[in-house]
Design a protein around this ligand. Structure first.
Ligand SMILES: NC(=O)c1ccc[n+]([C@@H]2O[C@H](COP(=O)([O-])OP(=O)(O)OC[C@H]3O[C@@H](n4cnc5c(N)ncnc54)[C@H](O)[C@@H]3O)[C@@H](O)[C@H]2O)c1
Length: 331
């Protein structure tokens, strides 16, 4: 079968033509091909998202051409999962998605827009929001730091009188520090973005949903919301905290027709940045457990879980924490 952008990185590396092409690319950039070990099962296309802008689409297209005598072959590979949008699943619905400029948020915003929803895409990165808008012109973009109340007010104003859904996806990593090492700066910033901002967005949308008697909220947690050995002190606290916020709101607002759920992703190949000055002790403690992650997912895999919980198909689901992690949480 021809190598395409949907062929896995493992298939590329094992191919007598594809292997040298990939290794050559890594040699050119000075990156270690060992970095690919956790993502061998993902499609080559995923390298573009993982590189966070370092690797343009044209490089993947050039690799595919180089492996196929200068042509991009028709993609007939059905062995890897491919997103299958459900037509009009979000027709007539207004859905706010935070973190929509990159990774899981972008994939969620894109899927909702392609399924007929009116998306309010919020993110701190105006530049990356512009790129989303170039691809999906009907998406309403709102650039701002969601730590600031005025950015939250701007998102609500852009949404208008009806808000059917909210996906709180924006988030940042911590420095893997254990409690004894966590600085005020790391703690305050991680809690502000991962926990306080989603709570404030919920506080803003809930009265609007209450008036309508319906609504769906999905808060993105993490494997670190389920266990103590997936990240550092601040991130682990923020992701456990967002599950608490989810359960409380699900209990309080369930009788009012509003569903509030959480998705806990495992490893996702988005290239989410790590801060400088990672804790040496924390990184060392976490390393063996991170090597045991069974699979690394794509942002589209997570968008499938998040949009399911936002959609009416999840009609009977309220207060759930859906581990979308390829089975990591059962280990
Ligand atoms: N990637 C993973 O392996 C993984 C695993 C578990 C959980 N998660 C969670 O999934 C969510 C999305 O992560 P991702 O991997 O897509 O990361 P990402 O870095 O690709 O996307 C996060 C987005 O949030 C935005 N953002 C950050 N701070 C913001 C702020 N103050 N105001 C507005 N926007 C802000 C960023 O600009 C970025 O576009 C996060 O909550 C993350 O904690 C990710």
């Amino acid at each position: 079968m021809a190598l395409t952008a949907h062929s896995t990185i493992g298939d590329w590396l094992n191919d007598p033509t594809g292997g040298p092409l990939i290794r050559g690319l890594f040699e050119q950039t000075g990156a270690d091909p060992e970095l690919l070990t956790p993502v061998l099962g993902l499609p080559l296309q995923q390298l573009v998202a993982m590189s966070q802008g370092q690797l343009p689409q044209s490089v993947v297209d050039d690799l595919v051409r180089a492996a196929n005598n200068g042509e991009i072959p028709e993609d007939s590979d059905t062995s890897t999962w491919q997103e299958t949008p459900t037509a009009a699943r979000f027709a007539g619905k207004t859905v706010i998605v935070t973190g929509a400029a990159s990774g899981i948020g972008r994939a969620t915003a894109s899927r909702i827009a392609r399924e007929g929803g009116r998306v309010i895409a919020a993110d701190i990165s105006a530049e990356k929001l512009d790129a989303l808008k170039a691809e999906l012109p009907d998406v309403v973009t709102v650039a701002g730091d969601l730590i600031q109340q005025d950015a939250i007010d701007a998102v609500i104003a852009a949404a208008g009188d009806t808000i059917d859904g909210l996906a709180n996806v924006a988030g940042i990593n911590d420095d893997f520090s254990p409690a004894g090492e966590t600085t005020d700066a790391v703690w305050d910033r991680v809690i502000a973005i991962n926990l306080t901002a989603p709570f404030k967005l919920m506080r803003a949308v809930l009265p609007i949903m209450e008036k309508a008697g319906r609504g769906a909220i999905v808060n993105v947690s993490s494997e670190a919301g389920l266990r103590g050995n997936a990240s550092g002190n601040a991130y682990t606290a923020s992701k456990h905290g967002i599950i608490g916020v989810t359960k409380s709101a699900a209990f309080m607002y369930g009788p009012k027709g509003i569903r509030v759920n959480s998705v806990a992703p495992g490893g996702v190949a988005t290239g989410i940045p790590m801060p400088p000055n990672m804790s040496e002790y924390g990184s060392g403690r976490l390393a063996p457990f991170q090597q045991a992650i069974p699979t690394v997912a794509t942002a589209e895999h997570l968008a499938a879980s998040i949009t399911f919980l936002l959609s009416d198909d999840a009609v009977n689901i309220n207060g759930a924490v859906l581990a979308s992690d390829g089975g990591w949480s059962v280990q």
